[in-house]
Design a protein around this ligand. Structure first.
Ligand code: BES
Ligand code: MN
Ligand code: ZN
Length: 488
């Protein structure tokens, strides 16, 4: 598993740092110590977010990091500047950053810097036979004024969140033939127990006994038995108001460890990358494991069904019908629309907890990528307040989500000739019909939101805080939403 770099907070630049990052505003280039604006511009440095200027005096490398115009510089600009810094100094071991003074709180700036450096420094190297990816940053000191104690505690939360993103990325990057449902559930259970969560792992017999028909239907073509992991986080009693009943939030994540499409098999090119079809479950599990460190004030229960979607001799056939735990009969006309089958069962289990809200994350549809591209997740919800909470959390966390509708009249597209519902709609609006399918498994009256992360959860050009392979998308939004729960 990938180790994070050590982040320290200090009032001054440590002597051991071989590279130091400092910030400059595009409209105040002349204020950069020692460099005048014309000189900076001759070196091609504009001061835009993400642009860097490397100055080497032989002793210590100085990297000037653009933040754009001063009045607009906030956490997103700090994140992209620090990600660029981390890449520019990746050959160094010990580096320092002189935090800029912005209109937002110093703690927020330092936390954004720490998180961004960690995320950009990630690399999945487990499977190289030698240390091919090379040495990466080992330590970063954030130099800042103000109250170091409160900066340190905010930075510690950012580090916990980034470590959760590492865990999710490691899980997503592991090949599908190696991360079987059994191994996935073991890694999840191990980490969750170490974090102090209660863990329940359902094997195939228990999945059958619980009548989770959608999981069994998808698993039928597989040589690997399915799993369903349930994790429970209870807030520390000292952090909650004893007079107010603690709410429960449920999280659900799609854990398809490999999606071949089943008998409705995918073309070869579309199948590449389908080891990442468990990105929703990975994000949910990783976020759960961070909740104790984040001291989240609400009870959280997660359900992550795990199976691959294969073509074995007993695979479900297009046209087969299964019965879900809530009694709904489903005609499966396309076995490649499998995520909604396993999620449906998890949503039924989540509803039985009578939670204040359910949030699911799933690499669910190519259609969502057609609509929003590969950097923005689709957000569908039956509840305005929950939708706003998620949008606010995502924005604060630096992840991009955008609302899509759940049009009631489109539900007729899912009408089956022989069962209660079929698992695909028509050619158009595929992200919405997938969302509408899921809504049939959420108990009436429970606020629910669905994040289709097919784009941002699976693809990733190296860009900003994203690294090659799995992104861990959703971890930061979930952590932020749960940290804020009850205070928003
Ligand atoms: N895992 C895929 C969705 C996906 C596609 C994620 C591309 C990332 C990139 C999902 O199981 C799937 O195959 N969905 C089908 C649904 C269709 C058959 C209704 C799709 O999007 O094509
Ligand atoms: Mn599929
Ligand atoms: Zn899938």
């Amino acid at each position: 598993m990938t180790d994070a770099l050590a982040v320290k907070v200090s009032g001054s630049v440590p002597a051991g740092a071989t590279a130091v990052g400092e910030f400059a505003f595009s409209d105040r280039l002349g204020h950069i110590t020692g460099i005048r604006k014309p000189a900076a511009e001759r070196m091609g440095f504009t001061g835009k977010p993400g642009s860097t200027l490397v100055l080497n005096d032989g002793e210590q490398v100085r990297v000037v990091l653009g933040l754009g115009p001063e009045s607009a510089a906030g956490a997103p600009e700090v994140r992209s500047a620090v990600a660029a810094f981390t890449r520019a100094v990746s050959k160094h071991r010990r580096v320092a950053l002189v935090a800029p003074e912005l209109s937002i709180a110093g703690e927020v700036v330092a936390a954004a810097a720490a998180e961004s450096a960690l995320l950009a420094n990630y690399a999945y190297t487990d499977l190289f036979s030698d240390d091919e990816a090379g040495p990466r940053l080992a330590s970063l000191t954030i130099c800042t004024g103000g109250d170091l104690r409160s900066v340190r505690s905010e930075v510690a939360l950012a580090v916990s969140t980034a470590e959760a993103v590492y865990f999710a990325r490691d899980l997503v990057n592991e090949p599908g033939g190696s991360l079987t449902p059994q191994r996935f559930s073991e890694l999840a259970a191990q980490r969750a127990e170490a974090a102090g969560l209660s863990v329940e792992v359902l094997d195939s017999e228990e999945i059958e006994a619980q009548r989770l028909g959608g999981i069994l239907a998808v698993n039928a073509g597989s040589a690997n038995p399915p799993r369903l992991v349930k994790l429970t986080y209870e807030p520390d009693p000292s952090t909650v108001d004893p007079d107010v009943e603690v709410e429960t939030v449920c999280l659900v994540g799609k854990g398809i460890t490999f999606d071949s499409g089943g008998l409705s098999i995918k073309p070869a090119e579309s199948m590449v990358g389908m080891k990442m079809d468990m990105g929703g479950a990975a994000a949910v599990i990783a976020a759960m494991c961070a909740l104790p460190a984040l001291n989240v004030p609400v009870r959280v229960v997660s359900f992550t069904p795990m199976t691959d979607n294969m073509t074995g001799p007993d695979a479900q056939r297009p046209g087969d019908v299964y019965t879900a735990r809530n009694g709904t009969t489903v005609e499966v006309l396309n076995t490649d629309a499998e995520g909604r089958l396993v999620l449906g069962e998890a949503l039924v289990l989540a509803s039985e907890e009578e939670p204040a809200a359910i949030v699911d994350l799933a690499t669910l549809t190519g259609a969502c990528m057609v609509a929003l591209g590969d950097r923005i997740a689709g957000l569908m919800s039956n509840d305005g307040q929950l939708e706003q909470r998620i949008r606010d959390a995502a924005e604060a966390a630096g992840e991009r989500v955008w609302p899509l509708p759940l049009p009631e009249d489109y539900a007729e597209l899912l009408e089956s000739d022989i069962a209660d519902v079929k698992n695909i709609g028509t050619r158009y609006g595929g992200a919405l019909t997938a969302g509408l399918f899921l809504s049939r498994f959420v108990e009436d009256g429970i606020p629910w939101a669905h994040l289709d992360i097919a784009g941002p959860g699976m693809t990733s050009p190296v860009d900003g805080v994203k690294t090659k392979g799995g992104t861990g998308f959703g971890v930061r939004t979930l952590c932020r939403m749960l940290r804020n729960w009850g205070t928003d």
